[in-house]
Design a protein around this ligand. Sequence first.
Ligand SMILES: [Zn+2]
Length: 264
Amino acid sequence: MCLTCDATRRGFLRLGLGAAGLAALPRRSIAAGLKPLIMLDPGHGGHDPGAIAPDGFYEKTITLATALELHQALLETRRYRVGMTRSSDTFISLEGRVNIALEHKADMFLSMHCDHLPEPDLRGASVFTLSNKASDKLAAAVAQDENSADGPTGAPAGVSPQVANILASLETRATKIGSATLADDIASSFSARIPLLPDPKRSANFAVLRDPSIPSTLLEMGCLSNAEDERRLRDPRQRRLLVARLADAIDSYFSDPGQGRVAG
Ligand SMILES: [Zn+2]
């Protein structure tokens, strides 16, 4: 059973993003004279708690709290429009999350999560971009965990690995560059201020990063399997620092001439 491939396939089919669909992709807000629209995606929710800390604390609670705080911080800059795939403790499928970003013609998609790693000593944030091939075994395992939110669905009938690869290759070069730039900006902004895993920039095949038109990054804000990280993520003052560093990274991203300057 390959949940990753199945989520990828179903995501593309639902969105109608075959080769012909690429021509109809939404134009960037910046080119239309609008403030950039950032879509924040707090991972999990509702019946899906995500990772669970040893003391029973849920990932879905941290992701929502942090996303709400980042939403507020970004709005206060008056430089962005900001949406959220969920703003309460509700379940939204992975495809549903991508659909919301597409429907609103988002210029950036930031999926927010917490890790749960097999070694409790490992701690720190990491940032993922999309790749058919995981950067390492740990990255592949993280993607499998995060992709399982839509439930066990079995291997997709009638879709060969070759077709799955063709679908995956539709991601545009510009989107890849945008996603990598955002990951770099987050890692740089966190550096020396927010704990990072030893190899913090990684890639894997995440279903929520599959849209070929929107630069997308999945952030693991820390490890709930590590007691120190859990304390950091649950501490409102520490979260304020995390939110400030994320807002700084987003400013850097949109200040990059390659991504278009923020007006006003
Ligand atoms: Zn997660």
